[in-house]
Design a protein around this ligand. Structure first.
Ligand code: SAH
Ligand code: SF4
Length: 440
């Protein structure tokens, strides 16, 4: 979501003459787009600001955006008084105005910073104020369709920093997707903190995510659709069926479970059980047996016993994931979890995380090995580490390194998978639109 937001900030500032540069040296404006989800990400803000500071001259404006800006606006201005602007994720459409205010501001009371703070949750949606065209579009693009959350899991800051659940209208999403495809996108990943809670309006009717994707799949040239992040409570059958019936919808789902223990799920206020989660996976596999699954896990939530943790390991063994993200519980100020009195010691969290990650890595390696010898369509969406090397994605979201003609960049090619590693696979192109033409 932050990658999407950063891109949109660049789009808003383009008409003002701003262009992206590679680093802070000589820049007129530096925007640090931040994440508040765990303490580690949060702390990074101050060390990154410390690195940017030496480049600041009279002309440079430093802005801090994103969820740390939202949660700790005044604190940032106090701890780093050379920051000129602090904004939240819902006000970045007002950046031009904030920059103008910063330029006008003579207020240097708090040091060299210009003291512009905008962390409101405005009534108007920022999406209505963003320019239609994106300025940087690659073969694989992001599109935010939903934002915010009303679920209030006891560990999570999102409902406080991103605000209430909001779904964009169908028509606006369709137009943005059409525009992205016109600018070269072949794959679009629909984004939302609870993307499958999507309930946008079209013709006065509410549409869910499955129906939205059916509609987007009619855009000529849009080859692949993905979405993240989904919540187990919002898994409609319509969405599961979309994986069977809409060829553009890829056979991959990221569905966070957090824990395999019902006691912990309850303490987390997830409002779903272990068996509900397993039931979804079972049903999903009846519609799309080859679907690859990913998840998020938190270890060491307050009260988690060795037995609770083993329930998580068992769930992982039962499902079999092709990839996953796992984290140590990070107490966040203002969330109910942070004041629970049965916090798990840090060394126990570290040890559990290592065990969980060992199992998840084994599964990921096994999944990748299982694709050796298979031929799969791969969308080449990034340049590799060496000349002639490209990086692409299989339908199952595996990263594939492959040697290819530069003209194949942005194309989908058939690749036979040859070697498997924990985080990627390698292979060779077996057919391409340029076969017989490569000598040209
Ligand atoms: N809406 C999604 C997840 C959004 S946050 C869902 O409900 O599943 C992304 C991930 O960050 C979460 O799935 C969770 O695993 C992790 N996370 C959130 N808060 C955390 C915290 N306080 N400590 C550790 N991990 C956390
Ligand atoms: Fe956070 Fe997701 Fe829970 Fe919402 S549903 S509070 S975003 S973890």
């Amino acid at each position: 979501m932050n990658v999407y937001d950063s891109g949109r900030m660049a789009d808003i500032l383009k008409p003002l003459g701003y262009e992206l540069v590679d680093g802070p040296e000589g820049a007129d404006l530096v925007i640090l787009n931040t994440c508040h989800i765990r303490e580690k990400a949060d702390e990074k803000v101050y060390s990154d600001l410390g690195r940017i500071r030496p480049f600041k001259d009279d002309k440079m404006i430093i802005a801090v955006g994103g969820c740390v800006g939202q949660a700790e606006g005044a604190e940032i201005m106090r701890r780093a008084p050379y920051v000129d602007i602090v904004l939240g994720p819902q006000t970045y459409h007002r950046l031009p105005e904030m920059i103008a205010r910063a330029h006008r501001s003579q207020d240097k009371k708090n040091g060299p910073g210009r003291g512009v703070l905008d962390v409101e949750f405005p009534v108007e949606s920022k999406f209505d104020h963003l320019p239609e065209a994106h300025s940087n579009v690659g073969p694989s693009a992001f599109l935010a369709i939903q934002e915010g959350c009303d679920k209030f899991c006891t560990f999570c800051v999102v409902p406080y920093t991103r605000g209430a659940e909001y779904s964009r209208p169908v028509q606006a999403i369709y137009e943005e997707a059409e525009q992205l495809v016109k600018q070269g996108a072949k794959e679009i990943t629909l984004l939302g903190q609870n993307v499958n809670a999507y309930h946008g309006e079209s013709n006065v009717q509410e549409w869910g995510l499955g129906k939205l994707m059916e509609h987007l799949a009619t855009i000529p040239g849009l080859a692949r659709l993905r979405y993240m992040t989904s919540h187990p409570r919002d898994m409609a059958e319509e969405l599961m069926v979309a994986h069977r019936d809409i060829p553009q919808v890829m056979p991959f789902m990221h569905l966070p479970v957090q824990s395999g223990s019902d006691l912990i799920l309850e303490a987390m206020n997830r409002k779903h059980t272990r068996s509900h989660y397993l039931g979804i996976i079972e049903k999903l596999r009846t519609f799309r047996p080859d679907i690859a699954l990913s998840s998020d896990f938190i270890v060491g939530f307050p009260g988690e016993t060795e037995q609770d943790f083993e329930d998580t390991l068992n769930l992982v063994r039962e499902v079999g994931f092709s990839q996953a993200y796992s984290f140590k519980y990070s107490p966040r100020i203002g969330t109910p979890g942070a004041v629970m009195d049965n916090q798990v010691p840090e060394d126990v969290k570290t040890e559990r995380l290592a065990r969980l990650q060992e199992l998840l890595n084994q599964q990921q390696q096994a999944f990748n090995e299982g694709t050796i010898g298979k031929t799969m369509p791969v969308l080449l969406d990034r340049k590799g580490k060496t000349d002639g090397q490209y990086l692409g994605k299989t339908p199952y979201l595996q990263s594939v390194y492959v040697e290819a003609h530069p003209r194949l960049f942005g194309q989908t090619v058939d690749v036979v998978i040859e070697k498997a590693f924990a985080n990627s696979v390698t292979g060779s192109i077996v057919t391409s639109p340029l076969v017989g033409e490569v000598a040209l």
